[in-house]
Design a protein around this ligand. Sequence first.
Ligand code: 4NP
Length: 168
Amino acid sequence: MDCPIRNVGAKVHAMTKPSILFVCLGNICRSPLAEAAFRKVATDCGIDHHADSAGTAAYHVGKPPDPRSIAEAARHGIDISRYSARQVEGADFMRFTHIFALDHANLANLRAMTPVGATAELALLLDVVPGREGSAIADPYYGGEEHFARTWEDVSLAARVLVEQFDR
Ligand code: 4NP
């Protein structure tokens, strides 16, 4: 597939070998889509990367993504059916360079559980998108298919901006 990044602009936070953890509540709706979108753009653009996703809650540990997220990813040619939900753990704060929360409650929970010696930068995912700073990616869990499509749009936009910022 083609890299969607045409004109790589100023690098705001140039990173080498980005290692990114995307975090939502259950790790079955939003963060698996954020992980998939980022992996796709990074791979298509030839960016060496490491990406994963996790939830602040343990409700769905070991489960595959929500069928509506699997369907949304499939609409974009990506198979996430073998992803498996896991909960964020202390070591994640050292293992990843960046941890992106999908919404404010999850960011607050991540801040509250940050261990001593943490090195990862914490932020809201949409903080990377000019004009969307401080915004949450809405939880589509109680919504319909169109909410999952909206989630895909948001995480894809963030993925493109992140990849634009990396050294190439
Ligand atoms: P996610 O969505 O945080 O985007 O994975 C949710 C998944 C499960 C629940 C809520 C949100 N739940 O209440 O079980």
